[in-house]
Design a protein around this ligand. Structure first.
Ligand code: SF4
Length: 422
């Protein structure tokens, strides 16, 4: 990319101010959150100097990617209580747009762009359980992580769609340190499940912090039927957590592979979960084949959709979500070149899927190191704002809610953040 192209991106798209003038239904603070998610945020030395690892939630930099030694906070609070689920982001020579800056002015952390202060921010607080150890001697921070409002366990740190080279999803940087075929990922033996029980027990001693429980992992393809072993792992993990939770059902956000009806029935009957999420990622059959080749080869777009509809029969309308990577439909060379055409395509397909009782959780596509698409150019802020507003309208029209994925329990989806102003 030429220096010229890089420095002139601002002239080619509507600015933040122009977008909020043109779309009065988007709260300005949400437009900022979308733009920070799209462009990333880089911390100044002064911002890093404000980090107190005894008080703030820090992880090794790029912790979801699985490498890197420097620590960074992993998220920010904004004034309205909404969250930005991002830590410090490095700038690479291929980065198309310069990121926002997290700086310190008058002793306060502020989000800055082009020398203008946009918002005050705060780092997330460290969970109370983070410095503790299980009776097996395992650091509890290796068993669970947290957002300000939910507890997360990732039972598998390898996604087996990568077992066939390049069959993982092209935008994905998750668990990229565990992609070689002979790396089985972490071992989950009885000791690990005991650690889960103790960690959940300890986490729940922090009164008022957690509104929901979250589980996600890379896909496990093995078993008599594809994903059988993944289902077993989730059931065992949830049962380990349930030992210390006195409720038959409780808010669990499970983001998992597209399970068959038999597998979904097991999840529903054998565990406390009430909602289920499985991600089509890109709402276009042809692009799904290109962007998610492993999912396409082993399950396929139409079958993935049918499994979402099967899940609605078990969990009920509005209790099944489909995650999408908003914007990835414009990736080149096969994606839409025209943003309006892309938007029309996504919203038409979303309307059809939502009519079956499925809600959407829209993530903002950002190009991260470790992803095949790391050097791509993401769409404009205007596109992401239109997508969030359009998906929120699709949900309202179909009478769906978004309980475990809303701004309070998840906080990572612009369209579900809008549910708070319904
Ligand atoms: S299914 Fe796709 S998005 Fe999910 S971890 Fe695997 S490669 Fe990444």
């Amino acid at each position: 990319m030429s220096i010229n192209e890089k420095t002139h991106w601002r002239e080619k798209e509507l600015s933040y101010d122009q977008v909020i003038d043109k779309y009065p239904d988007i709260p300005p603070i949400l437009a900022l959150k979308i733009d920070v998610s799209r462009r990333g945020i880089a911390y100044t030395d002064a911002a890093f100097a404000k980090v107190d690892p005894n008080k703030h939630h820090v992880e090794p930099f790029n912790y979801m990617i699985g490498h890197g030694k420097q620590i960074s906070p992993i998220g920010l609070f904004l004034r309205d209580g909404s969250v930005i689920c991002q830590g410090h982001q490095e700038v690479y020579d291929w980065t198309y747009r310069d990121p926002y800056i997290l700086d310190v002015v008058d002793d306060k952390l502020v989000i800055v762009d082009n020398d203008r202060i946009f918002e005050e921010a705060k780092f997330w607080e460290k969970p109370d359980f983070y410095d503790k150890y299980t009776s097996n001697g395992t650091p509890m921070r290796e068993i669970a992580s947290a957002r300000p409002q939910r507890l997360t366990i990732a039972p598998a740190t390898k996604c087996h769609f990568w077992d066939v080279p390049k069959e993982g999803c092209k935008y994905c940087a998750l668990f990229s340190a565990h992609r070689s075929a002979d790396d089985e990922g972490d071992i989950r033996d009885d000791k690990w499940f005991d650690d889960v029980t103790e960690t959940v027990n300890e986490a729940l001693k922090q009164k008022g912090r957690y509104a929901s429980f979250h589980m996600t992992a890379g896909s496990t393809l093995s078993g008599e039927e594809i994903f059988d072993d993944e289902v077993d792992l989730y059931i065992k993990t949830l049962k380990a957590a349930e030992k210390v939770i006195d409720a038959k059902k409780f808010p669990v956000k499970l983001v998992a592979s597209a399970f068959s009806k038999k597998q979904l029935q097991r999840m529903y009957e054998e565990t406390a979960i009430t909602t289920y999420t499985t991600d089509l990622e890109v709402l276009n059959k042809n692009l799904f084949g290109w962007v998610c080749p492993g999912k396409n080869r082993l399950v396929g777009y139409d079958e993935w959709k049918h499994r979402l509809y099967d899940a609605v029969e078990i969990f009920g309308r509005g209790n099944v979500d489909c995650g999408i990577v908003g914007g990835v439909e414009t990736a080149q060379p096969n994606g839409f070149e025209d943003e309006q055409e892309a938007l029309n395509n996504v919203l038409t397909e979303a309307e059809e899927i939502a009519s079956h009782g499925v809600s959407f959780a829209d993530c903002v596509w950002n190009t991260l190191p470790g992803a095949i698409f790391m050097k791509q150019k993401t769409p404009s802020l205007e596109y992401y704002v239109q997508l969030a507003l359009g998906l929120a309208e699709v949900r309202r029209k179909n009478g769906l809610y978004i309980y475990t994925d809303d701004y309070r329990r998840c906080g990572n989806h612009p369209n579900t953040d809008l549910a708070r102003i319904d």
